[in-house]
Design a protein around this ligand. Structure first.
Ligand SMILES: *Cc1c(COP(=O)(O)O)cnc(C)c1O
Length: 368
């Protein structure tokens, strides 16, 4: 059994993928070819906001920070319970990440604790440094955007959605990527919508941001290639990856339904025995991961291993305890919920092509 079985998906759309790649090879336009425009347009229709593709999800987050002119000395809030890229881009742009713990049910940033942290920093005279929030939709579950938007408005902060794991999820009838002013997603192969290499996209709601992001991802381009109106980066989605994603986007809605029904079955069978991630209000989830909590994680993982069922731990260590962030001065105990999650969490196979007998095998092994 595979943790995420990409081969089953490939077997299903092999012919279409090959044809789509072949078209690009024959046309020979490998950088920002017409497939890139087409994919951006189709993804934009799917998500409901404007889409600018780029080289990967990390760059998408970085470009969002660039678009908001985040710089040295600025403070950007995020959680310690995420993939390192979320905090890494804050540091790379010269700003300082300030961590806020997550809710113990959604595993996403806790709006109450965020407000508390903002109040504390304002009382320390740091009001002018507070610039942005990066909310992460962990494992595909949207954070609480209504509350976050209100907090952002009240304190004059930008709100950026890290939708790298949540493409396809929704909240109050709107897709992730369209839940606030700016969002970033990733097409890393294991994400809900993955390509065959690296890829990413930024979503924005205003025409102004759209034009700015098109320029930033392509060396700060102005009206023509050698007109450079600002300092930008080289971060484009390869035409070949766009051609692959066009085919994958066609089956994506169906795959999301399959993920949802597998997750529903898992939940029904497991919720009496394990603590599970809870839905955010009025939300659907993209189920990038299906995670369980157990005080006895190692024994559970061993039982699964004995039946050749793969597992993964997202994440074994919260970011505030990572060596890369030792300079921030955090210590064990600062974010108890994230720390506890890292101690007890593990993920079981989750992908749209998981057969019923495999799901039953996993559930059975978990009851051992
Ligand atoms: C995968 C991921 C990223 C980075 O995406 P890449 O395409 O690998 O650069 C950022 N944030 C989160 C939460 C992710 O899961």
């Amino acid at each position: 059994m595979e943790f995420i079985d990409l081969k089953r998906q490939y077997n299903l759309i092999q012919t279409e993928i090959s044809q789509s790649i072949k078209n690009v090879l024959e046309k020979g336009n490998f950088i920002l070819g017409e497939e890139v425009d087409k994919f951006e347009e189709e993804l934009s229709n799917f998500v409901g906001s404007k889409c600018v593709s780029c080289a990967n999800g990390t760059d998408a987050l970085y470009l969002a920070l660039m678009a908001r002119n985040i710089q040295k000395g600025d403070i950007v809030f995020t959680t310690p319970f995420t993939f390192v890229a979320t905090a890494e881009v804050i540091s790379l742009i010269g700003a300082t990440p300030v961590f806020v713990d997550v809710e113990n049910d959604s595993f996403n940033i806790d709006p109450k604790l965020l407000e508390k942290e903002i109040t504390k920093l304002v009382s320390q005279g740091k009001k002018d440094s507070l610039k942005a929030i990066i909310a992460v939709d962990i494992f595909g579950m949207p954070a609480s955007y209504e509350r976050l938007i209100n907090i952002a408005k009240e304190h004059n902060l930008y709100l950026i959605e890290d939708a790298c794991q949540s493409l396809g999820a929704s909240q109050n009838g709107r897709r992730t990527g369209n839940l606030c002013e700016l969002a970033a997603t990733s097409f890393f192969p294991a994400k809900p919508l993955g390509c065959y290499g690296d890829g990413g996209a930024i979503f924005c709601q205003s025409e102004e941001d759209y034009k700015l992001l098109l320029s930033l991802r392509n060396h700060g381009k102005g009206t023509f290639k050698y007109d450079n109106v600002r300092v930008g980066v080289n971060s484009r989605l390869d035409t070949i990856q766009a051609a692959i994603l066009i085919e994958k986007l066609k089956i994506f809605p169906k795959e999301l339904e399959a993920r949802e029904s597998i997750a529903a079955y898992y939940r029904k069978q497991l919720e009496n025995y394990f603590d599970l991630q809870k839905y955010s209000e009025n939300s659907t989830c993209a189920w990038a991961q299906f995670s369980l909590l157990s005080d006895n994680r190692n024994a559970k993982i061993k039982n699964l291993q004995s039946k050749n069922i793969p597992t993964a731990i997202y994440y074994p260590k919260p970011l505030h305890l990572q060596g890369a962030y030792s300079n921030l001065g955090y210590k064990q105990g600062d974010f108890p919920i994230s720390e506890k999650l890292c101690e007890n969490i593990f993920s079981i196979p989750m992908h749209p092509y998981l057969e019923m007998d495999e799901q039953n095998l996993i559930i059975e092994a978990l009851s051992m």
